[in-house]
Write a protein of this length. Structure first.
Length: 211
């Protein structure tokens, strides 16, 4: 088995320490950081994403795999930076104002990072102005809003309006998600994309950034 295949396998098992050691070993053997990232870490995380979509693994498995991925990428960061490898896109994510739930948001963040996107996490209870200002300051291609309460869903429409008012609506995609959110609601408020799970959200974000 190749070392990248081994990294992918250990990541899927959530064995962070083994992933860290294998990443270092691959670097010591002269493998490029980009190759380790793409064929090892991201490959493993994509498999976890697919399995999560198909209900073959659940939130705890995703979390341990993501932790293993983070430990691997920590080692690669300086090498990727020196090679000029940049993230394939930039996203700001947060749970909307009045809502303090963050498990779904955190999962989406991990899945997006697994796709090679840079994610700015604004946390919970985020105002529409903060989403829009962050997108402007950080040059994000996507604003990602999460809500778990039917009472806070309406704030997503305020985010769309705030982006329009700031004149960035044509430059920034707005993605929404969360238990009470539907595709119909997404169309109704004029957002760009609704996905029902974290893995699909990451796929959609990666596609937006490549477009």
């Amino acid at each position: 088995m190749s070392i990248t295949a081994e990294i992918s396998e250990k990541l899927q098992q959530g064995r962070a320490k083994a992933v860290k050691e294998l990443v270092q070993q691959a670097l010591d053997e002269g493998m490029s950081a980009a190759e380790i990232l793409n064929e090892g870490l991201m490959h493993g995380m994509n498999i976890i994403g697919e399995k999560f979509k198909n209900n073959e693994v659940y939130v705890p498995e995703v979390l341990v795999a993501a932790r293993a991925m983070n430990m691997g990428t920590e080692i690669l960061k300086p090498y990727l930076a020196s090679m000029g490898v940049t993230a394939s896109g930039k996203v700001c994510i947060g749970t909307v104002q009045g809502d303090l739930h963050d498990i779904g948001k955190n999962l989406v963040k991990m899945m997006m990072e697994g796709k090679g996107l840079e994610v700015i996490d604004l946390g919970t209870d985020v105002s529409p102005e903060k989403f829009v200002q962050t997108a402007i300051d950080e040059n994000c291609q996507i604003i990602c809003c999460s809500a778990l309460l039917t009472t806070t869903m309406g704030v997503m429409e305020d985010v769309v309006k705030a982006a329009e008012a700031a004149g960035i609506r044509d430059k920034v995609k707005i993605m929404i998600g969360g238990a009470p959110v539907t595709d119909e609601f997404c169309k109704q408020i004029g957002a760009d994309c609704y996905t029902s799970d974290a893995a699909s959200a990451a796929d959609a974000a990666a596609a937006f950034c490549q477009a």
